[in-house]
Design a protein around this ligand. Sequence first.
Ligand SMILES: Nc1ncnc2c1ncn2[C@@H]1O[C@H](COP(=O)(O)OP(=O)(O)OP(=O)(O)O)[C@@H](O)[C@H]1O
Ligand SMILES: O=P(O)(O)OC[C@H]1O[C@H](OP(=O)(O)OP(=O)(O)O)[C@H](O)[C@@H]1O
Ligand SMILES: [Mg+2]
Length: 391
Amino acid sequence: MAAFVEIQGFFQIRRQHPPLAGGARLRQVAVRASNSAAAVAPAPVVVSDGAASERTVVRLGLPSKGRMAEETLNLLKNCQLTVRQVNPRQYVADIPQLSNLEVWFQRPKDIVRKLHAGDLDLGIVGLDTFSEYGQENEDLIIVHNELKYGDCRLSIAIPMYGIFENINSLQDLAQMPHWTEERPIRVATGFTCLGPRFMKEKGMKHVSFSTADGALEAAPAMGISDAILDLVSSGTTLRENNLKEIDGGVVLESQAVLVASKKSLIQRSGVLDITHEILERLEAHLRAAVQFTVTANMRGSNAEQVAEKIHSQPSLSGLQGPTISPVYCKRDGKVSIDYYAIIICVPQKALYKSVQQLRSIGGSGVLVSPLTYIFEEETPRWRDLLSELGL
Ligand SMILES: Nc1ncnc2c1ncn2[C@@H]1O[C@H](COP(=O)(O)OP(=O)(O)OP(=O)(O)O)[C@@H](O)[C@H]1O
Ligand SMILES: O=P(O)(O)OC[C@H]1O[C@H](OP(=O)(O)OP(=O)(O)O)[C@H](O)[C@@H]1O
Ligand SMILES: [Mg+2]
């Protein structure tokens, strides 16, 4: 039998914050501290009265601080969506290009909670946070699943030393005779939903979890835990704390994602249109960011012959085939077409191979420039979103 110790504090916290009715109306009330010694001026707090929403402005939640904050703003800027914040301590901002949109800066986990509560319509967070705080929540939906930053993995790590010296896989770890009902393996993690679920799926017996908000890598050396389950990207923090990952111990590969509330998308006016525009801009930028435009001159007797040569090379097909234009040269006072200029898009990763292939078919004067946006007729993610929403 697997032994799973539920973390009391965690579940209590969740119970104290039941989901609010979608788009709950907020009102301000004054609360007076009951302890007279502490009864200073009434503190205004915002509570929900559960009434139907009157909000007409669309709300996007962005990470207020931490690793994702700056890169999120940079991504939006690269999509020509400049977040205008009066000062860094103000939690609300706007994007001049998107009227009727408010940006709210929140901690990533609160973005997911507020989407669920109907207080935000859209958000950008790491997939790890979305999966931990939004799991099994049918209202939440991923609109763009790879924003290409915030890459990390949620992974189990154990000490390199002592009884773990020769343990290199989850299977090795599970088969250690040390773990019993009375003495389960103790795992420290901030992921108290994903962690137990993963261990259960993997058939790990005798596991208990404890939680902390940061610097988890210290827990094994402090004797607080045997293993940790935390985010890893470069692996430096693990190495510096004499910890190692194990085969089969990755719970989730994560990166930044654009998420939304289905209810908002379907019911709140303007959310779907803004989502479409943000998605189009993101897709156009992210597609372009991995491509180059390549122009070159090619000898040939006509454009079709040049096109055939290009299509014979696997790395030169471009988005929809090459654009070919005649180059008019003047020789001995006579204008003739000896060359054709070709324009193709090539994946950045395949640049050198493409240049070699161009040369092999007679290409010369190869110019390479970055691409800023590629707008397709329609983004596949938009179609997927509409079909998931049943629209
Ligand atoms: N080492 C890392 N490398 C790359 N991305 C990371 C790394 N650590 C975290 N992230 C990503 O950044 C997100 C935010 O992490 P960050 O540590 O800034 O905030 P947090 O710890 O989730 O928030 P809080 O401050 O409320 O504890 C994570 O959810 C994850 O997606
Ligand atoms: O593999 P690495 O590149 O070393 O990164 C891993 C570290 O990054 C994250 O912590 P963060 O720096 O966000 O601090 P936190 O614990 O306060 O969240 C994560 O919790 C690890 O501790
Ligand atoms: Mg962190």
